[in-house]
Design a protein around this ligand. Structure first.
Ligand code: ADP
Ligand code: MG
Length: 339
């Protein structure tokens, strides 16, 4: 008998999409990308949903309800960002323990409201139930232009591979939180884990200016999410490890846990940065976009033919063979990341 551990999270999702194939011509994208895309008149509607479960995705003792509210929406916004769409409406369903203080819920909704206001989205409904653990599910609906959306597939040989922001901070923030370690400059790392910023503006600009060929948000880790771009685009990639953007705070604290600073940046999840490919001819446009939005965008690799696979080149010129790519819900015991 096969177990979910053997099949893995992504294997399970593949099975589910085989069990329930779709044939509706209005469905442009079903299971398999950051959002589902449905044609509606001249526009397309985007749907995405994410689940947060107490003790799986968060601990009530670490996350303030306010930040948890913000993050619940942020992780969904990030999926819309990864398509270059415009988020619009959301529904939220909560399973709540009887003993939960009312102030927890009111502060949770305060965070939710602030995030909603910041990104101009409106709450239109949901569901409420009693539950042993706190469970939060949001379904976010967005809008887009069919011709401009950027999918996971679409990377072309010769494209550059880019990433926004810095990597590994959220993963390191989580480790610091778990051990309740506080020190100089740990706050930003912890904040990146507790309240990531969805790159909505950047995603939209890349789509509007038709700069990106393929895009995904990094929720499970750089390598695993790169692997998704490669599988869907039927391409390979060469990534230069020394180009991977690391924050100063990360470099300072990562030494506490890892001899090799890149290990966590390659596999740590929940940074919610955008990973995308773009043709070489738009390099200057991408650097001016980075400047105008004040968001760091770093070129970390180059798209190769499929047979080249995922190549990771270390500073000394050697090829690194990663022992694991990133996060899979069924393959790793212990504390788990968001989907
Ligand atoms: P992300 O990390 O961007 O949230 P996931 O890895 O969770 O993406 O999901 C990948 C794809 O699989 C998405 O299209 C998502 O809608 C779909 N998916 C995930 N879980 C299920 C499920 N239980 N049933 C059907 N589709 C699912
Ligand atoms: Mg995603």
């Amino acid at each position: 008998m096969k177990t979910l551990h053997q099949i893995g999270e992504f294997g399970l999702i593949r099975e589910i999409s085989r069990w329930m194939p779709t044939s509706n011509p209005n469905l442009i994208q079903g299971i398999g990308d950051d959002v589902a895309v449905i044609v509606f008149g001249k526009e397309v509607i985007l749907f995405t949903t994410d689940l947060l479960i107490e003790e799986v995705h968060f601990e009530r003792s670490w996350a303030t309800p306010y930040l948890l509210g913000k993050k619940s929406l942020a992780v969904n916004l990030s999926d819309i960002a990864a398509m270059g769409g415009v988020p619009k409406y959301f529904l939220i369903s909560i399973g709540v323990p009887k003993s939960l203080p009312f102030s927890f819920i009111s502060n949770f909704y305060r965070g939710l409201k602030e995030e909603a206001k910041k990104f101009n989205v409106e709450l239109i409904g949901g569901d409420t139930s009693i539950s042993n653990k706190l469970i939060i599910n949001i379904c976010l609906i967005g809008q887009g232009e069919k011709e401009k959306l950027v999918f996971r597939k679409g990377a072309q040989v010769g494209d550059d591979l880019y990433v926004s922001g810095t990597l590994g901070d959220a993963g390191l923030g989580l480790m610091l939180l778990k051990e309740r370690k506080r020190g100089k400059n740990t706050r930003k790392l912890v904040e990146k884990h507790l309240a990531p910023t969805p790159r909505i503006e950047l995603g939209q600009a890349l789509a509007q200016q038709r700069l990106a060929h393929a895009m995904i948000d990094i929720s499970d880790g750089l390598l695993i999410d790169t692997q998704h771009l490669l599988e869907d685009g039927k391409v390979g990639v060469r990534i230069w490890e020394e180009y991977i953007p690391l924050s100063k705070n990360y470099c300072q604290w990562v030494k506490l846990y890892f001899k090799d600073p890149y290990e966590l940046a390659l596999t740590g999840g929940e940074d919610y940065e955008l990973l995308f490919t773009a043709p070489k001819r738009v390099r200057t446009k991408i650097s001016s976009l980075s400047q105008s939005l004040s968001i760091p965008i770093t070129r970390i690799g180059e798209i190769l033919p499929e047979k080249e696979g995922l190549q990771l080149i270390q500073k000394n010129g050697r090829i690194r063979v990663p022992t694991r790519l990133g996060f899979d819900h069924f393959k790793k015991p212990g504390f788990q990341r968001l989907s």
